[in-house]
Design a protein around this ligand. Sequence first.
Ligand SMILES: [Zn+2]
Length: 135
Amino acid sequence: MDWLTSLIWNDGKLFGIAWNFWKVIGWLGNLLFFSRFLVQWYHTEKRKQVVIPVAFWWLSLAGSFLLLVYALYKKDSVFVFAYAFTWIPYVRNLIIHRREANARLTCSACGLLATAGAHFCPECGLKLSYSESRS
Ligand SMILES: [Zn+2]
């Protein structure tokens, strides 16, 4: 177990990393960016279909922002370019998700939240209308 202890903490370094403020920013970016895959995988396994939850886009945005900040600090043009424009599809997907969520209708008969653009409740068949079931 001595090898494990020395792997975790050795020569004043945690996991062999000389920690400072910028290392925390960079690794926090890595953690957020990586965690999005776990979130997406969890939701996909839970529903047994490929799902990209809204949390995926928020984690993508936050993680890539921190990685961009770290890359700017390091003045690494390759690393900066890799994260300079990724926020565009993340923000766009968040906007589209918000619009879709706002356009959903709640069935006044059974309470099911129907998808945007649905004319009838998929559960009970009631005709849906914006005037009676907006919530
Ligand atoms: Zn219904």
